[in-house]
Design a protein around this ligand. Structure first.
Ligand SMILES: NC(=O)C1=CN([C@@H]2O[C@H](COP(=O)(O)OP(=O)(O)OC[C@H]3O[C@@H](n4cnc5c(N)ncnc54)[C@H](OP(=O)(O)O)[C@@H]3O)[C@@H](O)[C@H]2O)C=CC1
Ligand SMILES: O=C(O)CCC(=O)C(=O)O
Length: 444
């Protein structure tokens, strides 16, 4: 049995029932096999055994009271995966599907993503099985306060810096920050990112993941003599990442014809009117089906996935395992040329293999959605300096970071004989930096 196979078996045995975590580990380990052949010292120094085991996993009770006085108990998580190159960094997800395996897959991916940004941030992730949908602002606040009442003792600007993810946006970060500040009796702005602009937030953080995705896709297309101009795009999701990916893609002259939420998708053959999406999702917090009330010429498909729609470029920006092998085949049959992963692990490993076999360009999540966490690190830098950069300054830094991530992924793929396979390239480049740092720091 190869070393990688051996480690995968161990991971499955030690983390039973955590299929998303197994999937994420398998994807990374398989693509770094050529690196291990060239660098047996990584195996000799137990880098693989250590990198798949979180440094610390915290699980806690989150009791809260709803508006009718009923008591609820949710489960909170923070997985501090790897701090070899910087403090743990990664978002918080509030969604009923959250369990330890989801947080572990996200924390594991975050190690390599954060490494690719070139900034000094380690990997971590957290969240809760709390469902923010349908809750009042006061309920959200009480939940966030209870969550932070335990979490605060485990985090800090040089220890672990959470941010948003699914179900956690500016409102939740605000409540979490308020409670942290109160418990610590100190203004440690750099303890959370994605903050509001009046209390230490960075311009462009809101837009960063979506914008960064499009910058990466732009680079990938250019390297393959293509561009975004006049391309038809389909996006899954209509949250933070999806919205700003749509905005930037439209700015580059692409036509986005479909977007979705967990209930269904809308198709607007003339192109999605993004102001309407923002109004429905950011202001009213309603379902995407509302779109057709504003634009009766558009169509709504309940219970269906956007991947039924013909497109040149597919941008999965909702959640994990959104594109399985059947949807991948459908996209290929419909003439897709590129897939840009805005969400974390939105394609199954079989779907990714099928895309590569068919020469479809794939911008892998760890690289393509790294603009969010990179801008979080820029927010931390501004907090440390007690300065704020302009929108243009942050946006330029974000663009430069995404160009660099593309170059690193491209170069690593070429160096290891897998030209055009940016999935392997990103995994290899992300892994090498962390593995070398772990080697230099001894067995810890
Ligand atoms: N925010 C960020 O900066 C970053 C986010 N990501 C990743 O991007 C993805 C989207 O995150 P973000 O935009 O922040 O989250 P949001 O909560 O803002 O939006 C999530 C979107 O995805 C849909 N969605 C969520 N879960 C499901 C599900 N189980 N099935 C179908 N649709 C679903 C939601 O629909 P509905 O409202 O109906 O649930 C919503 O449209 C996630 O994978 C996240 O990990 C990656 C890097 C950074
Ligand atoms: O901004 C951050 O710290 C985290 C973003 C995130 O959760 C992610 O990259 O998946």
């Amino acid at each position: 049995m190869s070393k990688v196979q051996d480690i995968l078996e161990q991971v499955k045995k030690r983390n039973p029932g955590e299929s998303e975590f197994h999937q994420a580990v398998e994807e990374v380990l398989k693509s770094i096999e050529p690196v291990l052949e060239k660098h047996p010292e990584f195996i000799e120094n137990g880098i693989l055994e250590r990198i798949v085991e979180p440094e610390r996993q915290i699980m806690f009770r989150v009791p809260w009271v709803d508006d009718n006085g009923n008591i609820h108990v949710n489960r909170g998580f923070r997985v501090q995966f790897n701090s070899a190159i910087g403090p743990y960094k990664g978002g918080l997800r509030f969604h009923p599907s959250v369990y330890l395996g989801i947080i572990k897959f996200l924390g594991f991916e975050q190690i390599f993503k954060n490494s690719l940004t070139g900034l000094p941030i380690g990997g971590g992730k957290g969240g809760s099985d709390f469902d923010p949908k349908g809750k009042s602002d006061a309920e959200i606040m009480r939940f966030c306060q209870s969550f932070m009442t335990e979490l605060y003792r485990h985090i800090g600007p040089d220890v672990d810096v959470p941010a948003g993810d699914i179900g956690v946006g500016a409102r939740e970060i605000g409540y979490l920050f308020g409670q942290y500040r109160r418990l610590r009796n100190a203004y440690e702005a750099g303890v959370l990112t994605g903050k509001g602009l009046t209390y230490g937030g960075s311009l462009v953080r809101k837009e960063a993941t979506g914008f960064g995705l499009i910058y990466f896709v732009r680079e990938m297309l250019a390297a393959n003599n293509e561009s975004l101009k006049d391309k038809t795009i389909v996006i899954s999701g209509s949250g933070n990442v999806a919205t700003y990916a749509c905005q930037k893609a439209q700015e580059y002259g692409a036509k986005v014809v479909a977007m979705s939420d967990s209930k269904g998708y809308i198709y607007d053959k003339d192109g999605i009117k993004l102001d309407t999406i923002k109004q429905i999702k950011e202001v009213e917090r309603k379902r995407i089906s509302e779109y057709v009330k504003y634009h009766p010429e558009a169509e709504y498909y309940e219970g269906k996935k956007v991947w039924d729609v013909k497109c040149d470029i597919a941008l999965p920006c909702a959640t994990q395992n959104d594109i399985d092998v059947d949807y991948a085949q459908k996209l290929i049959d419909n003439g897709v040329i590129a897939v840009g992963e805005g969400a974390n692990m939105p394609c199954t490993n079989e779907a990714l293999d099928l895309f590569l076999e068919n020469n479809i360009l794939v911008a892998p999540a760890k690289a393509a959605n790294a603009g969010g966490v990179a801008t979080s690190a820029l927010e931390m830098a501004q907090n440390s300096m007690r300065l704020s950069w302009t929108f243009e300054e942050v946006n330029k830094k974000l663009d430069d970071i995404m160009v660099n991530i593309f170059k690193m992924s491209d170069k690593a793929a070429k160096e290891y004989g897998m030209e055009g396979n940016y999935i392997a390239g990103a995994n290899i480049a992300g892994f090498l930096k962390v593995a070398n740092a772990m080697m230099a720091q001894g067995t810890v």
